[in-house]
Design a protein around this ligand. Sequence first.
Ligand code: TMP
Ligand code: ASP
Length: 259
Amino acid sequence: MSRRRQIYEGKAKILYEGPEPGTIIQYFKDDATAFDNKKKGTINGKGVINNRVSEHIFTLLGHIGIPSHFIRRLNMREQLVKQVEIVPIEVIVRNVAAGSLSKRLGIEEGTPLPHTLLEYCYKDDALGDPLVAEEHIACFGWATQEEMQDISAMAIRINDFMAGMFAGIGIKLVDFKLEFGRLFDGDFSRIILADEISPDGCRLWDIETNEKLDKDRFRRDLGGEAEAYQEVARRMGLFPEGGISEVLDLDSERKKRGK
Ligand code: TMP
Ligand code: ASP
């Protein structure tokens, strides 16, 4: 890791310069934060699982024509991605009321929404990523109207695909967050999916019991967060049967040796 130039360290990932111009390496940490960094902790093995989960989802999305920054997974905690200019908007996609929507509008958590709701937050930690309207995005030039059309159309397709995929493994996709970036080709740029899709940025509930299988276990001090992430990966069939613990043991072994 230290051989490479670090570009940026975020709350859950570190970005390093990639091997070729225009590429970046995303390193997935076990660090977890919530409530704009006010709550900090670690979830054992989270980075390894998120790397795999995100690889899997981005690859499947690629098969249905959603362009993304993902190139390939490099190892347990790293993936190679295309360098993009991140659009400073977090796109929240909701199927069921939960979290800040429930709080803000007094709608009971778990209430299914009559149709998929898209919300936009301006990415600014100091401001606490405030909810904004499309008018704000246009007014302040954070994204053009054409870009927002691409973003919202992709977000809906991603939701349709993911909701079906998770339903197939007994998981309700309550809501999730997406980030997009601009991929430049000379003077032109196009919008592609970026960042990651993992239990860090999704609400995933067991379809039968509504048990939470995502970062809300950490946010709300419910315990069992590492096991919940593993359960999602297990149901997705991402590790050989019974192999998650082996992979995580190998990872902690390597970490101890400082590799
Ligand atoms: P919220 O209910 O707190 O607004 O969160 C909606 C979804 O977006 C939830 O699945 C968690 C995800 N999310 C992030 O990934 N990062 C964030 O900074 C926020 C606020 C939400
Ligand atoms: N990731 C954000 C934070 O660190 C918000 C969240 O996921 O709750 O505060």
